[in-house]
Design a protein. Structure first.
Length: 144
C-alpha cells in the first residue's frame, strides 16, 4: 500500500508577496501553492525572517496594505522554523560557494535541505546559481 505523504515546501518572500500582488508575473503559481496549502495538499513552512522580508516588500510597494497582509499571513498559520546551527552553517556554506547570494536567501534553501523539503522561489537569478544543490524549484515549475 502506498504511503500518503504530504509534500513539504519552503516558500520565500518572492512567492508570499504574490499572494497580495496578484497582478504580478507568476502570481497564478503562487496562488496555486497557497490554495494547495489551504486544502492540505501540501505543507508549507518558512524561516522566521520570511514574514519580515515579505512585510518589507509589501510596505515598500503598498504601505497601506502592509498591516492587512501581515494579518493575512498570520491567519494562514504557516509553520515558522527557528534557525538552528545546522541551518546557519549550511546557509553560510551556500553563501561561500555562491558569492552573490545573501544569507537571507540562502536560509530558505538551507531550511529546505535540512528538512528534506523543496524550496520554491520566484527569484530566477538565485535559482540559476544554486539549482545544482537540489531541493529547489522555480515558482513557474510548480505543479502539485
Amino acid at each position: 500500500m502506498a504511503e500518503n505523504r504530504t509534500k513539504l515546501y519552503v516558500v520565500d518572500a518572492s512567492v508570499m508577496v504574490k499572494w497580495i500582488f496578484q497582478w504580478e508575473d507568476q502570481a497564478d503559481f503562487a496562488l496555486k501553492i497557497r490554495d494547495d496549502y489551504l486544502y492540505k495538499k501540501i505543507n508549507l513552512f518558512v524561516p522566521v525572517h520570511s514574514f519580515f522580508e515579505s512585510i518589507n516588500a509589501v510596505a515598500i510597494k503598498a504601505p497601506d496594505s502592509a498591516v492587512t497582509f501581515m494579518s493575512y499571513l498570520l491567519t494562514l498559520c504557516i509553520t515558522e522554523c527557528r534557525l538552528t546551527l545546522e541551518v546557519v552553517s549550511r546557509a553560510l556554506t551556500i553563501m561561500k560557494n555562491f558569492p552573490n547570494v545573501s544569507f537571507y536567501d540562502a536560509v530558505y534553501h538551507a531550511v529546505a535541505m535540512e528538512t528534506d523539503a523543496t524550496f520554491i522561489t520566484a527569484d530566477q537569478k538565485y535559482y540559476e546559481q544554486t539549482k545544482a544543490l537540489g531541493n529547489i524549484l522555480l515558482l513557474s515549475d510548480y505543479f502539485s
